[in-house]
Design a protein. Structure first.
Lengths: 539, 162
């Protein structure tokens, strides 16, 4: 087959097509977003879930039924999905379940740089890690096969550079299909009451040990013999940097990150005079090796932070502790000139609000000229954090507290915050502003339940933000256009801040980048509906 | 191992820097090279700095151009030249917007393709492959305009190096 220049994300999507993946689900998040978009565009059944936890649960159910499933998310999304993940390791799966964790070392577009290799150890989930697009393709096929063989969920860990870099990929062609899904009852295996979970945990550990033994000779690991004076153990994107920075050294690339091939690594370390582990992020492989009693050199602490590069690998190997050159002063991102959120932030600044913020484009309200955001921690956290501030601050300050959250973020994990607000209202009440621009803008304009369109932009039921708030019992629910009714918005906000009632204000106006597309999709959907009403076959 | 050619394409979100790097990577791929391209998506599309590394040769490992090893720095915004200069090797070449009188280009948005035209003069990739890559990356209604911009760039570079 002909080689094509693809990103790691695209390669994973094409592998999912070739592997006969029956369902792809997830929540948008840089750098993972393009996987499901491409899978959908290539004919796969791709869906955006409201959040990562729901995505993993839907995936798990489908894999219980025997299907091959792909679930995608960014690294912090795995935190949201962690609850079902840990127990899914006990239940295992009947089909195949591959969870892509797209980590963001260096935080190109994230709030932290957590290293999700830690999740593989903590949850007891096998993890493999590719280093370029061809491997992203091959490893996804391998992850599906491993999941089916071991009857366990498998994590495919990627990082920003592997997701978004492009390199040549040759497809292998379709693999044998999975048997058609059917329900096979397995109460002891899937109902995790303590009496079932205790033996399930022992079974998991036994399976992981079997996988560890198989990993000792896995072709995903590469031992390249070179000079015996220096040996380098590496994984992920660092493998590519290392091959360029240390052309004569002996190299061991760990593809099976968890469980690591510890005896092979012991033999490798013994074969060289100096053994250095070069890995991006946390000292993960170094710790795994040291726990097993293998003496290895790690990288200096300074290289825990940010991405590695060929230059940084050279420094690690040379033991160069001199200060690194400062990265270039790039122009920071900012709200688009015509963004409908400008008047909102103008008003928040003018009223000197204390703003509990959230995650999305609107986090850019923290930049000049507004500086109108005081906290930003996690998806949905604006509501809980805002309520906490209201509970603790003296009345005059408590009255200035506002929670700001985007539409997609609100659906993702703001709903239970509203329930908390109604259940445990602060004495001064509270004000939530939902910035509803009709899209998941920051990640590149993906659909979500409140847009009323599916991943493929087809009409579906629309979740109503204001309807939800009213149903929860929020007494003051308002919808305003922050641009055409800017004065009204300011007046309303002043009034709500002065009162003690709970309030939710939806500031609704389409994202300027998405508005034309939204009009086009709505028009097409209306035409489809009209054609169906006229008697065509419903697709 | 054969020599790897390193190009850094930089600009501001929305200028077409990433599109230019796509076209360059595709042209190199069509010429039979191993190719890797690295860039950061995400917040950059909100008007921030955009930078993309393209590397090609017999065998490319890291997708990122090591500091001080870029052979060419293709910059769409004058204020991004200094920011990206540390990427350039000694004796490397900067191709920036000052190469062109704005009136010489079909329009301002075609600066990215004009700079590719200039770059093409210095690279050993046949012109026909560049044009194939250009057409594959752009909708048909933009072909004529961008082919013109490419030629303007290529001729300008030829004139300047004569």
């Amino acid at each position: 087959m002909e080689k094509k220049l693809l990103s790691g994300d695209e390669a994973v999507a094409l592998a999912a097509v070739d592997a006969g993946v029956a369902l792809g689900t997830g929540y948008p998040g840089t750098p993972s977003t393009e996987i499901l978009e491409t899978f959908g565009a290539e004919g796969g059944r791709a869906r955006w879930a409201p959040n990562e936890k729901v995505a993993l649960e839907v995936g798990l159910g489908a894999a219980f039924a025997g299907a091959r499933v792909l679930v995608t998310m960014k690294h912090v999304g795995v935190n949201v999905a962690a609850d079902p993940l840990f127990t899914a390791a006990y239940t295992g799966v009947s089909g195949a379940l591959v969870l892509v964790s797209a980590d963001d070392p260096g935080m190109a577009s994230s709030q932290n740089e957590q290293d999700n290799r830690r999740y593989a150890v903590a949850a007891g989930i096998p993890m493999i890690e590719p280093s370029d697009s061809q491997e992203a393709y091959d490893f996804l096929l391998e992850a599906i096969a491993l999941s089916e063989r071991a009857k366990l969920p498998v994590m495919l860990r990627m990082t920003t550079r592997v997701c978004h870099s492009m390199s040549l990929v040759e497809r292998r062609g379709a693999i044998a299909p999975a048997p058609p899904p059917t329900f096979v009852r397995d109460i002891a295996g899937r109902v995790m009451v303590p009496a079932h979970a205790r033996p399930a945990h022992r079974k998991l550990r036994a399976r992981l040990e079997e996988i560890r033994r198989a990993n000792e000779t896995s072709p995903l690991n590469v031992w390249r013999r070179g000079s015996t004076s220096l040996g380098i153990v590496t994984s992920g994107i660092a493998w590519q940097h290392v091959q360029e920075a240390a052309r004569t050294a002996s190299l061991f690339r760990v593809g099976t990150v968890y469980p690591p091939p510890i005896e092979a690594l012991r033999a490798f370390a013994k074969s060289v005079d100096r053994c250095v582990v070069v890995e991006e992020g946390d000292p993960f492989l170094v710790e795994q090796m040291r726990i097993a009693g293998i003496a290895v050199e790690g990288k200096p602490e300074a290289f825990r932070f940010g991405e590695l590069s060929v230059d940084r690998v050279r420094r690690i190997l040379a033991g160069d502790a001199t200060p690194e050159p400062a990265p270039p002063r790039a122009t920071p991102p900012r709200l688009c000139d015509a963004c409908p959120y400008h008047p909102v932030y103008g008003t928040l600044k003018k009223l000197d609000c204390i703003v509990a913020g959230d995650i999305g484009c609107y986090t850019l309200g923290v930049m000049e000229p507004y500086r109108a955001m005081d906290t930003c921690v996690a998806m949905g956290a604006s509501i809980g954090v805002g309520l906490g501030l209201r509970h603790a601050l003296p009345e005059a300050e408590a009255r200035r507290v506002v929670s700001i959250i985007g539409d997609s973020t609100f659906v993702h994990s703001g709903l239970s915050g509203v329930v908390e607000m109604v259940y445990n209202p602060p004495p001064t009440g509270h004000v939530i502003i939902v910035l509803d621009n009709g899209t998941t803008a920051m990640t590149g304009q993906q659909e979500h339940p409140a847009t009323g369109r599916t991943l493929e932009h087809l009409a579906t039921s629309r979740f109503s933000i204001e309807g939800f708030a009213r149903a929860c019992g929020v007494p003051q629910v308002h919808v305003v256009d922050p641009v055409s009714e800017a004065d009204g918005f300011e007046k309303l906000l002043k009034e709500r801040l002065a009162g003690n009632e709970l309030s939710l204000i939806v500031a609704r106006r389409a994202c300027v980048l998405a508005a034309a597309d939204i009009r086009k999709w709505d028009k097409e959907n209306a035409e489809r509906a009209a054609a169906c009403a006229a008697g065509c076959e419903v697709r | 191992m054969g020599r790897v050619v390193n190009v850094v394409v930089a600009g501001i979100g929305g200028q077409g820097a990433l599109k230019a790097s796509d076209i360059l990577a595709d042209a190199a791929c069509r010429a039979g090279h191993d190719v890797k391209k690295a860039e950061i998506h995400g917040m950059s599309q909100r008007g921030g700095s955009v930078q993309s590394d393209v590397r090609f040769g017999d065998k490319v490992h890291s997708p990122m151009v090591p500091r001080g090893e870029a052979d060419f720095l293709v910059v769409l915004a004058a204020d991004q030249i200094e920011v990206n200069r540390p990427a350039l090797r000694a004796g490397g070449m900067i191709l920036g917007p000052e190469l062109f009188d704005e009136k010489a280009l079909p329009n301002r948005r075609s600066l990215n393709v004009a700079l590719l035209g200039a770059l093409s003069h210095h690279l050993d990739i046949p012109e026909a492959l560049w044009l194939d890559a250009l057409r594959a990356a752009l909708p048909e209604r933009l072909h004529e305009l961008n082919e013109k911009a490419f030629r303007v760039g290529r001729e300008t570079a030829a004139r300047l190096t004569r």
